[in-house]
Design a protein around this ligand. Structure first.
Ligand SMILES: [Cu+2]
Length: 379
């Protein structure tokens, strides 16, 4: 059971994933139980003086530089991902099911910048920064032509901001950094269809984004076909620091991530498979790669995409002349799109970032389609 072994056969992946989940259900996950009150927020938080101060410097140089201990030079005190560990019994996967856009063409909502301690992998707790206490932040959905009125509130203890890629606005106004306790109104019209990243743009933007301040806005194309199931996945990386501390800025700069995850937690949909899809039902997966720095090659094992929409246009639609199919939806950092497909038979269908190093670090999940128990008889 080693996801990192080179040459791993795709056919074995489903069994490995399920076995890992099954074997782990009775084990102590070692999850830390400490609440936010157990840890001090870094007291040298950045941006105390305004939007553009502290550019290119980590928000907390001491913590980000690993406190200078000798033992830390090689990451000795840093937490590491255990790819075979499972979350604790009380773990609840983030719901990947996507609701239709709300009624109406004007959407008002409140988004708060927050800083909190969170379990980000089995046994790994980090102090993350998010929106509405979530990493990634909430999914926002509408249609082309809709207007969005976001009340953005800074509930944190350092400067934060929000940058919606779905908008065309003056960055120095709506995207400006606001200080703790302040708020601003960010209004935009969704002029173009797609799935778009949003993130904190406060310097160092690499750190604020990797710390967890990112999410997705979905703007439906006008001709979006109905499907049986819609799911959302935001892919992103973690760069672990010390247990309970913030993530490591040097690792972020070096692209030396520890985990690559869908919706905030490594392999969470392998531990809690998506299990309400039947053979023949049409599935659409919206995928936004929020990085901040890795690319993604999204693949569902055991099926072929017949529709791919990426960065504002259809790359593939069912076509009787070409009979074309796609094996991956490939996304550079900040790109997004969706893939549509069906499953022909009952079974266990893993989905992965087919950059297998990313899969080995947590970018994996599972669709359990139809009557899986019957198929697994005797196992
Ligand atoms: Cu921020």
């Amino acid at each position: 059971m080693n996801w990192t072994r080179p040459g791993l056969l795709l056919a074995a992946l489903a069994a490995i994933v399920l076995l890992a989940a099954a074997c782990a259900t009775t084990e102590d996950s070692g999850v830390a139980e400490g609440g936010p009150e157990d840890l001090d927020l870094p007291d040298t938080a950045n941006n105390e003086g305004g939007a553009d101060e502290g550019a290119d410097e980590p928000a907390d140089p001491e913590l980000a530089a690993n406190e200078g201990d000798e033992a830390d030079e090689d990451g000795g005190d840093y937490v590491e991902l255990d790819p075979n560990a499972a979350p604790g019994h009380d773990f609840e996967a983030r719901d990947p099911r996507l609701d239709p856009a709300p009624e109406g063409d004007h959407h008002e909502m409140e988004i708060r910048a927050t800083e909190m301690e969170q379990e980000v992998a089995p046994g790994v707790t980090q102090r993350v920064w998010g929106y509405n206490d979530q990493v990634p932040g909430p999914v926002i959905r509408g249609s082309v032509g809709d207007t969005f009125e976001i009340t953005f509130i800074n509930d944190g203890e350092m400067g934060h901001s929000i940058d919606f890629h779905a908008s065309k606005v003056a960055p120095n106004e709506e995207m400006r950094t606001i200080q703790p306790g302040e708020e601003l109104t960010y209004e935009f019209e969704a002029q173009h269809a797609g799935i778009f990243m949003y993130h904190c743009g406060t310097e160092p933007v690499l750190q604020h984004t990797a710390q967890g301040q990112h999410g997705a806005v979905i703007v439906d194309p006008p001709d979006l076909e109905p499907v049986d199931h819609e799911f959302w996945l935001v892919q992103h990386e973690y760069y672990f620091g010390e247990q309970g501390g913030i993530q490591d800025y040097d690792k972020m700069v070096d692209r030396d991530w520890d985990a690559v995850v869908f919706n905030g937690y490594p392999a969470q949909y392998a531990h809690e498979p998506i299990d309400d899809v039947e053979p023949g039902e049409r599935v659409r997966v919206w995928l936004q790669n929020n990085g901040p720095s890795a690319s993604s090659s999204f693949h569902v094992i055991g099926t072929i995409f017949d529709t791919v929409f990426k960065e504002g246009s259809y790359q593939l639609r069912p076509d009787e002349e070409t009979e074309g199919g796609a094996q991956v939806l490939g996304l550079q950092a900040s790109q997004g799109g969706f893939a549509e497909f069906t499953f022909d038979t009952d079974g266990v269908y893993p989905f992965v970032d087919h950059e297998f190093a990313d899969m080995a670090q947590g970018a994996v999940g599972v669709f359990e389609v139809g009557d899986v128990d019957a198929d697994e008889d005797g196992h």
